[in-house]
Design a protein around this ligand. Structure first.
Ligand code: HEC
Length: 133
């Protein structure tokens, strides 16, 4: 009896360690993929590689706008940006830059967080890429 206890104990410790190691291993293996996906725009539609301002706008979108407006602009907390309504609601890009810089109702102001160049880039990206998928 006494000699069986340590064996049972060892087996349950091994089971425990596999249960602990497996999720950790999965996390360690998938974390770089998740990081890569985020660096890659988090599922936001691709910008033309030969237009650096649109490429920059995509990164700004992925890092700031995507949580509320959705990866492809499908909406969520914020309104849909990929159905043509954006261009109809806000025909003037300068007005959109104002909305992003100063905020509007539930939409936070980004004037402290983004440079004017980043605002200009994300305005172009939403109008020329997200709105025209
Ligand atoms: C915290 C959530 C949130 C974030 C983050 C956010 N927005 Fe918004 N956005 C909103 C909401 C809510 C509205 C609707 C505001 C209103 O009712 O006037 C909105 C409205 C807009 C509009 C006007 C749409 C229209 O059809 O009138 C634009 C353009 C826009 N957001 C762009 C952006 C951009 C670009 C970013 C990133 C720099 C961003 N938003 C980040 C929540 C957000």
């Amino acid at each position: 009896m006494a000699s069986q206890r340590p064996v049972r104990g060892t087996r349950s410790r091994m089971t425990m360690s596999i249960r602990t190691i497996l999720p950790t291993a999965v996390l360690v293996l998938t974390a770089p993929l998740v990081a890569l996906a985020c660096a890659d725009g988090g599922g936001a539609p691709a910008a033309p590689a030969d237009d650096p301002e649109l490429v920059a706008g995509r990164a700004v979108y992925a890092g700031n706008c995507l949580p509320c407006h959705g990866p492809t602009g499908g909406g969520g907390v914020g309104p849909q940006l990929n159905d043509g309504r954006l261009l109809a609601n806000v025909p003037d890009p300068a007005e959109q830059a104002r909305i992003v810089t100063e905020g509007r109702k539930q939409m936070p102001a980004f004037g402290q967080k983004l440079t004017p160049d980043q605002v200009a880039a994300v305005v172009r990206y939403t109008r020329e890429v997200v709105a025209r998928q």
